[in-house]
Design a protein around this ligand. Structure first.
Ligand code: LCV
Ligand code: LCV
Length: 259
């Protein structure tokens, strides 16, 4: 079954998350299909891509497929994991990828949203980043996505509380470029995409790549890099991480012990 629907409508690429039974969880297969679809669009020189869920979805995406997270002693967000590969495909796509959000967005899917170039949401959209709910160490590039988008203090509030941010605040925080009514979001987003597609695709793609290079220009010493890795290893080797996953699978609240 296609976990990602791939269409080209009026010259605009449209990717639809298509696994509502699993709340569009970012499974290994769904992420792989997303990366492939972007490769197909790139070959067809599609200038702008819209990433959406099915119309009026209650849940845009439930985030990383928790049943596929490594149980313990493995990095849950490794550089070569399908979700991270899909994120880098979006960043490297030679044209804007616009997230069109209806419904609730969880965990890695909120990272996906702030990794996209633009985001348009309706009044039902909410955004939560949830590693602390599972005792999980988020990764450095993922944290940078949030700092670059909303700034440190807002990003810390989101990471420390793991609470969903509602549409109005998401708009004020800059998670959303535009907040429009559910009834208007499709037309609004397609108009935005068409406006961009009417400009020079070469200039747009080069300016996007410049943004990427400049926003990632954070010199970090090898020692700092190793310290980040050691800190994260402590977390994904911890009993808390094991308990976090187990609690989700058993559909109960986790009992964290801080080690
Ligand atoms: C696998 C799922 C999921 C799911 N994985 O429907 O950011 S980090 O670091 O935390 C990162 C590791 C990450 O992204 O972790 C995932 C964070 N996601 C969440 O915490 C959201 C977990 N899901 C939920 O809270 C609920 O499912 C929501 C509120 C999204 C939807 O609730 P609703 O009552 O509408 P169900 O919970 O009944 O879910 C429907 C089916 O989707 C599966 C869930 O197990 C169920 O499957 P079955 O019908 O087979 O029981 N599902 C939902 N989320 N992230 N599977
Ligand atoms: C030379 C001009 C100009 C002009 N240069 O009056 O950001 S980047 O990367 O794009 C960067 C390279 C950059 O800054 O590119 C320039 C971007 N600027 C624009 O796109 C605005 C171009 N101008 C216009 O859209 C209109 O001129 C505005 C809306 C500014 C004003 O319109 P209005 O009808 O009041 P006219 O267009 O009739 O212009 C009056 C005179 O000013 C000249 C224009 O050629 C005209 O000269 P003549 O009377 O000799 O015909 N002019 C206007 N803008 N950027 N010349």
């Amino acid at each position: 079954m296609d976990l990602i629907l791939e269409e080209i409508i009026d010259g605009i690429g449209v990717l639809t998350l298509n696994n509502p039974a699993k709340r569009n969880a970012l499974s290994l297969d769904l992420c792989a299909e997303m990366a492939d679809a972007l490769d197909h669009f790139k070959k067809k020189r599609v200038p702008v891509v819209i990433l959406r869920a099915q119309k009026n979805a209650k849940v845009w995406s439930a985030g990383h497929d928790i049943t596929q997270l490594p149980k313990v002693h493995h990095d849950p967000l490794a550089y070569d994991s399908p979700m991270e590969i899909a994120f880098r495909r979006i960043q490297g796509y030679p044209g804007p990828v616009i997230a069109m959000i209806q419904g609730s967005v969880w965990g890695g899917a909120t990272d996906l949203t702030v990794t996209c170039d633009l985001a348009v949401g309706d009044e039902t959209s909410t955004f939560a980043i949830t590693p602390v709910k599972m005792g999980l160490p988020y990764n450095a590039s993922g944290i940078m996505h949030f700092i670059n988008r909303v700034g440190s203090n807002i990003a810390k509030e989101m990471f420390f509380t793991a609470e969903p941010v509602k549409a109005i605040r998401a708009y004020h925080f800059g998670i959303l470029n535009n907040l429009v009514k559910s009834s208007e979001i499709e037309e609004f987003t397609f108009d935005l995409a068409r406006k961009i597609a009417a400009n020079s695709p070469l200039a747009v793609s080069v300016i996007k790549e410049q943004f990427r290079i400049l926003s990632e220009a954070h010199p970090i010493s090898p020692e700092s890099f190793e310290r980040i890795q050691a800190l994260r290893r402590k977390v994904y080797n911890s009993g808390d991480y094991k308990e976090g996953i187990k609690a989700f699978m058993e559909k109960r609240k986790p009992q964290f012990k801080g080690k």
